[in-house]
Design a protein. Structure first.
Lengths: 351, 320, 320, 351
């Protein structure tokens, strides 16, 4: 074409740790052995959390639940890069983020058992309540970043969402404002290849999700979402950039939803078992384990200890969640506004 | 005649209508391969192909907006919004366009669109999966709002909605999807929009309900001489049937699960207070959800009007 | 005291509050350099800078969504939606988030957000510039809805809305923006939300209105012994004042410009029919816009309730 | 960066006719002399239409009006490429499109005078009513294209909108679905650099609007919007592609809003007169005139004749619009639905 070229864009992918546990040393972020062990322990705890949630649900002790199986590295790896006071806007499938941020486990179980009290974030964290309506929390992250920028308080803001969320108008409006105001925000997409039964290729015709960032004048990057080092590095870099006032970044974590969409879903209706099989070999925890083995950071005893510790934490959390007294009818009313309306008072009386 | 659940009855309506008219297409999230998260569209993809049964991106405004474009250019789209809690992103498309196209084009363009929406509390689901916001859509001139309360009516009303020349919001009570089985004809039949039905006759009070509240109402009136009305179409609603009944009984109780303030019960009550005031023996009572955010499962039984709360109102009204 | 138009009074409220509290920021389309298409935000950019007076992209859902994010993280945003006809894209953010954040987080997060919205018919403007859809927002537990009817009240209510700990939809009648001048104190003062005011006392009927309809109502009641109530806050509305008046007069006429069906008049009527029925001498009348799409300028005078139509209702109610 | 490149994108700009009236012959689309004259006449008629609307408004004979001054080539040039039966979804500032499609002029005046009857498109055209709510008609074009594709009726679909509209969620959702379903639709943005008082650079941080198409997996191109040949060629090519089943195209017409936003606006509050001056030299009609002069297609007599004909058409249209009897109150009711509801009948009686 003889037309003038106005702009050229390259969309890149970052990979550090491969499925055999080998890392690209040139790209490897600085992480101490203790950091790496901590990552492994958080991944393991996340998986234990998830497995227990699924079995509680089967036993009728919990409501509909959205498994994070397979996505642990994309969640723990990114959250590992955050400061405690950073603002986090999660969707409903990011318990690995909660866990890495040290959100009380029993509250997570309480929430998934159908109790709003599980969403009351402890005062020392700035995690927003889980957002069920897909993608609608993205503009909140944008707004929180406007506030952070205005106050110069050096908090960064992170929003998490799935591949399906990229089709929503709110994704667009939130991203666009972040670009215009050059905000300290990092958008992290868990591209787990499925939005219930809709595969990634039917969600959008774009070759990558990462490239969507360029529509808003900032950078997008795809990372291997099952590679905890790549996820960590991309997030860390994006956060440094955000705090330096250099604007937003979009990170597409290329991963896979290993389980059904939720416990109410039957994924055999719409996807092939062999696709799931293929991804098993890319398991994010296995991969880190192989790496640690090579580094001498893993042993059978260590694993046993990690498992034991995880199980104990989960046991305790479940117990605590289930020991909580049931919510009271007035709990429905009390936080509608700061004060009950006259009408609400009357209605409460009538119950 | 086969006994069908509401899910099956709706599925049968869609199949039958799609056989009849190839301008009818179905679109929405997971309506194709998955057959809809409640399986209402099950088997349609296999039967009618992916050009007529369209799995869309996750995009409610886009779904309704595209359906409007289809409707205007001569198709008859049946869009599904996965849960009523996710219809709000499409609110603008419904209000600004679906409702107004006929008017804005002075009749040149019409919008024969059905938006199917599972709604209501009672299946212990996550946040925003239990909403009942019918009143919003009743305040939109140009939009019809339909709510079936049984498999038989679900089929007849859905067929009527699909054949209607104007946009219809079709609300499906999830709690009833599989709760009741009922004889449902294989053939296509319609139940006219805009008409209520008297579920049982009675002389001492008129009790009005729709959707899943109808069943609790029918249980609650046992032992009372109550006339029970299933409204079926909320907009435009069948004022004649309501007023005739009220003029006979002189007492009114309205039941709905949406929050009380500005719920559809308000319009019913106001219409009665305007047009049948002199027949009334006592106040017009509303038994509704409270003015709160619809709670998660652990509190949902406190939220929705219970048989007991309805009975209390019936007892109360009988004091007049 | 200076005599100000409503535009000036609102501007003075914003200026004064922004001086007082630097957490208050203003955002919206054309609110900065242009000073807002109605000039309500005129001079704010010069005074407070572009970090606090933010011209946004054309993006209503984004504006309200971002404002929610700001509010949650401790600012006090005042967002402007350019006309009520363009608030619908933000409906989801208002319903799904602004209204629910306090509840969803069990009080950990709050949303002290004001959404200012010019509304109503009467300035001969294009399509979707004349809407009056207050009722939608009154059906959202967690959302307050405020409508001033004069410059003095506009300022006091806006200051109160800004200081309120919860989200407020603040509707500004465009027809009144420059119609009346009134003495307005320079200082900041508040008019409490949730309280109605009795504009004039009377014994024979209660006439309830808000926003620009209040003025037509006040004209219409001349010669009647009417108690006129300016509701000011629609949600939560001041039922006590309404019921006290109705119990005294026994006759009610409600006036609003929104379409009748499911307009806010329905809730008022239903509340009265529930709680003051035995005091009523006749039907509860509503004088409203018809159930049609709000027309373009050539038909707008037919749409909005006229003084004459209101008077007809007053005459009618006096037959009882 | 050592990362893998997944995808590379170039954003291009098409220019054919420059401000001196010289064309790039290699790019020049095939157009007969008659075509070129027709284009000139439509441009002139559009300008006459616009000028008259502005003066009627000043005289109080018309409502708020949005001028198309400066954007005539972007409108007429693109509409010139359309077939009569193609579907057109305009916004409120595309009267040049209406005029090129032969929409009755008097109806346009009637509409802008506040009368809905002006929006009743004649049966032989498929132009959708003017959309006031910015960007919300974009998904309609997507849906109409789904219908056209399903029916294989070979109609293409075109949506017009401004730079401001690109920030709306509906832009995103409509574009994304068009990409996924590879629809026969052409999206034409009139980037006139302003959305009321908001300049293009504050609307989005993207270097071009054209590049936004790549977020949806299809092509975007910027064209000089004051160059009627470039606009025509880009549209023609996109329509050929659409009809061949090769999917959507996004065309950014780079132009300028020479007038106030509407007659209710005062643009001196927010933009510099010198910016407007700069664009005067790029006038789209002047440019075509210079070209025609060189080709021997223009003469003073021809101009006089075109002006006279345009004026006559406009006079007649205004007369006809103003002679229309005022709408009746029942007109408010009659097309809410196919049939009046009982309640509406009653309300109509009460008026
Ligand atoms: C606005 C909205 N529409 C529909 C749904 C129903 N729903 C829940 S999850 C989901 C798919 C989400 O896909 P994705 O964004 O990829 O996240 P994932 O579930 O894969 O983590 C859908 C359609 C919803 N929760 N919100
Ligand atoms: C959804 C919506 N929000 C706000 C407005 C008010 N408004 C009318 S035109 C306009 C600017 C439009 O800018 P652009 O899309 O660039 O089109 P242009 O006016 O430049 O042709 C605005 C904000 C509207 N009509 N619709
Ligand atoms: Mg996904
Ligand atoms: Mg523009």
């Amino acid at each position: 074409m003889p037309e003038k070229i106005l702009n050229s864009i390259n969309i890149t992918r970052l990979e550090i740790l491969d499925a055999t546990g080998t890392v690209d040393e040139a790209l490897m972020p600085r992480l101490s052995d203790a950091d790496i062990r901590k990552m492994f322990e958080l991944l393991t705890l996340s998986r234990f959390f998830d497995q227990r949630a699924l079995s509680l649900q089967r036993e009728g002790r919990m409501g509909t639940y959205a498994s994070i199986l397979g996505q642990e590295a994309a969640q723990v790896g990114s959250a590992f890069a955050l400061e405690r006071k950073d603002w986090v806007f999660p969707s409903f499938r990011e318990m690995g983020v909660h866990i890495a941020m040290n959100y009380p486990l029993h509250l997570l179980y309480q929430y998934w058992a159908g109790d709003e009290r599980g969403l009351r974030t402890p005062e020392d964290l700035n995690i927003f309540p889980i957002c069920i309506s897909v993608g609608t929390h993205i503009p909140h992250a944008t707004g929180a970043a406007m506030a952070a920028k205005y106050r110069r308080d050096n908090h960064a803001v992170v929003a998490y969402f799935g591949d399906g969320a990229t089709s929503k108008g709110d994704f667009h409006e939130g991203f666009n404002m972040a670009g215009v105001f050059k905000l300290p925000v990092v958008y992290i997409c868990q591209n787990n290849q499925w939005a219930i039964s809709v595969p990634r290729e039917q969600q959008t015709a774009a070759a990558t999700l990462a490239q969507k960032a360029y529509a808003y004048g900032f950078d997008g990057i795809q990372v291997d979402g099952n590679d905890i080092f790549a996820v960590y590095k991309a997030t860390k870099d994006a956060l440094v950039k955000a705090r330096a006032g250099e604007g937003p970044t979009f990170i597409e974590c290329f991963t896979y939803r290993m389980a059904h969409h939720t416990t109410a879903d039957d994924s055999t209706r719409y996807r092939q078992e062999k696709e799931v099989e293929l991804w098993k070999s890319k398991d994010p925890i296995l991969r880190l384990k192989l790496f640690m083995q090579k580094r001498g950071l893993w042993s059978a005893e260590y694993q046993a200890e990690v498992d034991k510790k995880s199980k104990a934490l989960i046991d305790e959390a479940v117990q605590r969640a289930e020991a909580a007294p049931p919510p009271k009818p007035e709990d429905m009313f009390t936080s509608t506004q700061e004060q009950l309306t006259m009408r609400q008072q009357k209605q409460l009386g009538e119950l | 005649m086969p006994k069908l659940t509401m899910v099956q009855a709706l599925n049968s309506a869609l199949k039958g209508e799609m056989e009849r008219d190839k301008d009818i297409v179905v679109l929405g999230e997971d309506v194709g391969k998955d057959g809809g998260v409640f399986r209402v569209t099950e088997g349609l993809l296999e039967r009618f192909g992916s050009e007529r049964v369209i799995d869309t991106p996750l995009s409610e405004s886009g779904i309704v907006g595209a359906a409007i474009g289809m409707a205007v250019s001569g198709l008859r789209p049946v869009a599904e919004i996965q849960f009523m809690g996710f219809i709000y992103p499409a609110f603008d498309q419904i209000f600004t366009h679906a409702a107004r196209i006929r008017s804005r084009s002075r009749g040149r363009y019409t919008c024969p669109l059905v938006v199917r929406v599972p709604y209501g509390i009672g299946i212990k689901s996550p946040e925003l999966h239990s909403e009942s916001s019918e009143a919003f859509f009743c305040h939109m001139p140009g939009i019809k709002v339909v709510v079936p309360a049984s498999p038989y009516h679900a089929k007849g009303l859905l067929v009527a909605a699909i054949r209607d020349p104007d946009p219809v919001i079709f609300l499906e009570p999830t709690r009833l999807y599989r709760l009741i089985k009922e004889e449902v004809p294989d053939d296509m039949y319609t139940i006219p929009l805009g008409k209520a039905r008297i579920v049982q006759e009675g002389d001492e009070m008129t009790v009005i309900a729709w959707g899943s509240m109808l069943h609790k109402t029918v249980q609650a009136v046992e032992g009372f001489d109550a006339e029970v009305i299933d409204l079926m179409t909320l907009n435009p609603f069948d004022a004649a049937t309501v007023l005739t009944s009220v003029k006979k009984t002189g007492r009114v109780v309205i039941v709905h699960e949406a929050p009380k303030t500005c719920g559809f019960g308000a319009e019913l009550s106001a219409t009665i207070a305007e047009d049948a005031m002199l027949s009334l023996k006592g106040p017009i009572l509303r038994v509704t959800g409270p003015d709160v955010v619809v709670p998660l499962p652990k509190l949902e039984d406190y939220y929705a009007p219970s048989v007991e709360r309805i009975r209390k109102a019936l007892e109360e009204i009988m004091k007049y």
